[in-house]
Design a protein around this ligand. Structure first.
Ligand SMILES: N[C@@H](CCC(=O)N[C@@H](CS)C(=O)NCC(=O)O)C(=O)O
Length: 342
């Protein structure tokens, strides 16, 4: 894996020495917004009007941040309007790749791994170079591409899902709102906790290169999970009886937790399966229409265990765990109880 320096690809693992062994995630740099009328969004430039078949999304099925955007494509019925490329599971010395040239036979056989690239490129960094010839920074998914102006709209998932939540409503007729006005401050507060301690917390534990840095990530991570476990004993979802953005942002980490993070990232104080509420909550979200199809555990495991050779030099990918996320969760009863109280 690597990054672009002045537009040139350099193969380089994350630097943690300067930060006492702690992994520090780089902020996304490309932050334009698609809007209903093409006016500017909260950051970046104007000119990205919501139009059917104008935009293309590059994702990895392994990546929890990219996964959010795929989920919003499903929820907001955008799959007929925004095209998608899925990168191969292994991210090796050339970073994310389309061609499958450097993939193991196991990775090549995973369904849903291959996809037709939009442009004839072998690697995602070449898409960045196309739009930004002198780019400095990591080459990350998700990446939202404008086919009309041949440029990048955004590489920040938290903003891409907000665009998908509302910008295309007139085109799709889908008015579902996962960031409703009345819940915004509560969602923002939960997102803060979930992002730092859980979504990014698992990476801080897994990429830590000192015992102290690992310690500083893993205990807050489980404190946060314990807090949410408690919260979910009396309500079905994080903000109450309806699903919001905050739930989907937590979901993409929970669904990778027992299959990858517990082993590969050493976040092993507890499993999600051992939490009575969180395990049912995870099933509840997984069983929502269209969601199971966005989850590919083989792809996820191949990516992490095979790509991170600093952590797993043998590149052996584990067979388990065996977990059925389709078993009943009975969490609808929590909503019924809330209804009865009213
Ligand atoms: N802030 C970004 C983070 C995206 C991100 O870090 N994606 C990872 C995959 S899970 C990636 O592409 N990493 C490649 C690298 O860091 O070189 C977002 O949420 O969209």
């Amino acid at each position: 894996m690597g990054l672009l320096q002045n537009g040139q690809w350099v193969d380089q693992w994350y630097e943690t020495k300067e930060n006492g062994g702690t992994f520090v995630r780089e902020d996304a740099q490309l932050r334009n917004w698609i809007t209903q009328d093409g006016s500017a969004g909260p950051t970046g430039e104007a000119g990205f009007k919501a139009e059917s078949n104008r935009y293309h999304l590059y994702v990895s099925l392994a990546c929890p941040w990219a996964h959010r955007t795929l989920i919003f494509l499903q929820l907001k019925q955008l799959t007929d309007h925004i095209s998608v490329s899925v990168v191969e599971p292994h991210m090796l010395s050339n970073g994310w790749e389309f061609s499958g040239k450097n993939q193991s036979p196991e990775a090549k056989s995973i369904s849903g791994a291959a996809s037709v690239p939009l442009m004839q490129k072998d690697y995602l960094y070449q898409v960045y170079q196309e739009a930004k010839p002198y780019y400095n920074g990591r080459v990350t998914v998700p990446l939202l591409w404008d086919k009309k102006h041949k440029t990048i709209v955004s590489n920040e998932s938290s903003e891409i899902i907000r665009m998908f939540n509302s910008a295309f409503n007139l085109i799709t007729g889908n008015q579902e709102d996962y960031y409703p006005q009345r819940l915004r401050s509560e969602i923002d507060t939960i997102n803060e906790l979930v992002y730092h301690k859980i979504n990014n917390g698992v990476y801080r534990a897994g990429f830590a290169t000192t015992q102290q840095a690992y310690h500083d990530a893993v205990f807050p991570l489980f404190d946060a999970l314990d807090t949410l476990e408690k919260r979910l004993t009396t309500q079905r979802y994080l903000t109450g009886s309806t699903i919001t953005e905050a739930d989907w942002r937590l979901f993409t980490t929970l669904i990778r937790f027992d299959s990858v993070y517990v082993g590969h990232f050493k976040t092993n104080l507890r499993t999600i399966e051992s939490y009575p509420q969180l395990s049912g909550y995870l099933r509840d979200l997984y069983q929502q229409p269209g969601i199971a199809a966005t989850v590919n555990q083989e792809h996820i495991k191949q990516h992490y265990y095979y790509s991170h050779q600093h952590i797993n030099p043998t590149q052996v990918v584990p067979a388990g765990p065996i977990i059925d996320y389709m078993t009943p969760h009975f969490r609808d009863e929590l909503n019924n109880r809330l209804e009865n109280k009213r």
